[in-house]
Ligand binder design. Sequence first.
Ligand code: SF4
Ligand code: SF4
Length: 56
Amino acid sequence: MKINRELCDICGTCVAVCPVDAIIVSEFFVEIDNEICTNCLNCLKVCPIKAIEESE
Ligand code: SF4
Ligand code: SF4
């Protein structure tokens, strides 16, 4: 999964729905650890501005 940092406003909504805690949030950006991510797509579905996409 990939987060578009230009769109993301660091609202934290995606962080709360990740079952494996793969989403790391800092003051300046949100990042997905694809080593941990299981591609459940929860984050993609809840992002209010569609800043998350599936990566190849
Ligand atoms: S796809 Fe699922 S496991 Fe991966 S970062 Fe999003 S919520 Fe977490
Ligand atoms: S839900 Fe979307 S806008 Fe909010 S922190 Fe996650 S990626 Fe960024």
